[in-house]
Design a protein around this ligand. Structure first.
Ligand code: UDX
Ligand code: UDX
Length: 469
């Protein structure tokens, strides 16, 4: 039996430990977090994050071999643990050297020092947070320069789960990646963690590498995923200028097995806590290593994402006669993707901020993310109406913008919505999830991503003409 501690009970630490404890009843798993409110929520029926299937998993293990603690217990917990996962946040630095690009490692370093202070015996320390390459080495250095003579093996075990499908991804991962030092003790530690995951993951899906490859692979995986979205979004702009349809193009190229069909959904842009942060990190590392061309290449993925968001808003302004001032606009979606309450880096909030600049009157609607949206919008929240019911949000609106791909938005009665809106009524589908032809037939002027708009009137200065009714 092992004593497993996870420091940081967030979107990654919480679900990961829940699944480990479910599959490994022989081990005891404890989570600790400095956020007491979060810990209280983990212990309650209202979990701190919305994630399909999470509650069921937590309920299996909580109180059996899964326990939650606040930070005042950190010393005893560190001492108790054999294996410590560190899953504290590593946001982009907002100050000093590397501001806006490098990862802020202050929480990580503080955690390493706490481990050093309170550990009285050997431990395996696992990087679960995404970190710049060679952080593990720095951590090893901090940890292993201790006067107590305690041995720490630092491993990298990046998490590839996507929010909204976290439980599915953890239960049935494409791969688990474990990086360790090529020393006897390092390899023993790697084997311990391989054995842990082998309780439910087939061995052939557990990849072991050296530490640096593991750390870098996490950044590269996210950079490649984001790059595919930026690539298809770049093509969506071209499609809107020609008569190509981005979904047809994505399908046509995705059937090539070398390209594959995934992550080719054109959208208003990608969000989430990882893509932007990890690419900035990759850019920063490349610059630091004297590779400006490599840095510029990856930076372009972010620039394209910003362009796509800005282009979406510009299309709205342009379609709605160059003025949004005082017009009510219902934003369908606040979360950065469907099936999550998370609004970090959400394109929906970026669009919301830009529309507020245009002095539009915003009704923001989302089934699970309104509370996080309110917090993320900070001082701007006063200018936004937060309305969970889409019918109410759209009531009297001039336009709807679909910004998150919640299935819920595809199942609404759009005739009823149209009847309650100001006319001409506009709908901007930033996720291409609605039935555009049906909406057009109801009377909406429809603006998908990467397809010709469907308008009931002629915009003289716009490429597309009037489409037949
Ligand atoms: C984590 C990592 O932060 C990120 O680098 C990686 O890319 C994905 O995994 P996530 O779990 O989504 O991200 O972050 P968050 O939900 O913010 O959770 C981090 C938790 O750590 C928070 O609950 C925070 O309160 C806690 N924390 C932070 C500590 O317990 N101690 C600290 O010193 C700092
Ligand atoms: C991502 C990675 O997928 C995951 O492996 C890593 O551990 C963390 O970062 P996440 O950010 O939770 O996961 O969600 P993901 O499904 O990757 O979506 C990211 C963003 O891209 C969302 O805003 C989503 O809407 C957008 N997206 C995704 C598109 O716009 N088009 C697509 O085809 C796919």
């Amino acid at each position: 039996m092992s004593n497993i501690l996870c420091i940081g009970a967030g979107y990654v630490g919480g679900p990961t430990m829940a699944v480990i404890s479910k599959h490994c009843p022989q081990h005891e798993v404890r989570l600790v977090d400095i956020n007491a409110e979060r810990i209280a929520a983990w212990k309650s029926d209202q979990l701190p994050i919305y994630e399909p299937g999470l509650k069921e998993v937590v309920e299996i293990a909580r109180g059996r071999n899964l326990f939650f603690y606040t930070a005042e217990h950190i010393a005893e917990l560190i001492n108790w643990a054999d294996i410590i996962f560190v899953s504290v946040n590593t946001p982009t630095k907002t100050f000093g050297m590397g501001a806006g690009r490098a990862a802020d490692l202050q929480f990580w370093e503080k955690t390493a020092r706490q481990i050093l202070e309170h550990a009285n015996g050997p431990k395996i320390i696992i990087e679960k947070s995404t970190l710049p390459v060679r952080t593990a080495e720095a951590m090893s250095n901090i940890l292993n320069t201790n006067a107590k003579g305690v041995n720490f093996d630092v491993l990298s075990n990046p998490e590839f789960l996507a929010e909204g499908s976290a439980i599915k991804d953890l239960e049935n991962p494409d791969r688990v990646l474990i990086g360790g030092h090529n020393t006897e003790s390092g390899q023993r530690a790697v084997q311990t963690i391989v054995d842990l995951y082998a309780n439910w993951v087939p061995r052939e899906r557990i990849i072991t590498t050296n530490l640096w490859s593991s750390e870098l692979s996490k950044l590269v995986a996210n950079a490649f995923l984001a790059q595919r979205i930026s690539s298809i979004n770049a093509i969506s702009a071209l499609c809107e200028k020609t008569e190509a349809d981005v979904e047809e193009v994505a399908y046509a190229i995705g059937t090539d097995t070398r390209i594959g069909p995934h992550f080719l959904r054109a959208s208003v842009g990608f969000g989430g806590s990882c893509f932007r942060k990890d690419i900035l990190n990759l850019v920063y590392i490349s610059e630091q290593q004297g590779l400006p061309e490599v840095a510029a290449y990856w930076e372009q993925v972010l620039k394209m994402n910003e362009y796509q968001e800005a282009r979406f808003v510009a299309n709205m302004v342009h379609a709605m006669f160059n003025s949004l001032s005082g017009k009510r606009i219902a934003l369908f979606g606040a979360a950065f993707k469907a099936n999550t309450s998370d609004t970090r880096e959400s394109p929906a909030l970026a669009v919301c901020r830009e529309l507020l600049e245009e002095r539009a009157d915003i009704a923001l609607c989302d089934p699970h993310a309104l509370e996080n949206a309110r917090q993320d919008l900070g001082g701007l929240a006063d200018q936004v109406a937060f309305i969970q019911d889409p019918y109410q949000a759209a009531d009297g609106a001039h336009a709807i913008a679909v910004l998150t791909e919640w299935t819920h938005f595809t199942e609404l009665d759009y005739q009823r919505i149209y009847d309650s809106m100001a006319h001409p009524a506009f709908i901007f589908d930033g996720r291409n999830i609605l039935d555009h032809q049906a909406l057009f037939e109801i009377g909406f002027n429809v603006y998908p991503i990467g397809k010709a708009p469907m308008q009931h009137f002629n915009h003289n200065d716009q490429g597309a003409g009037v489409l037949p009714k």
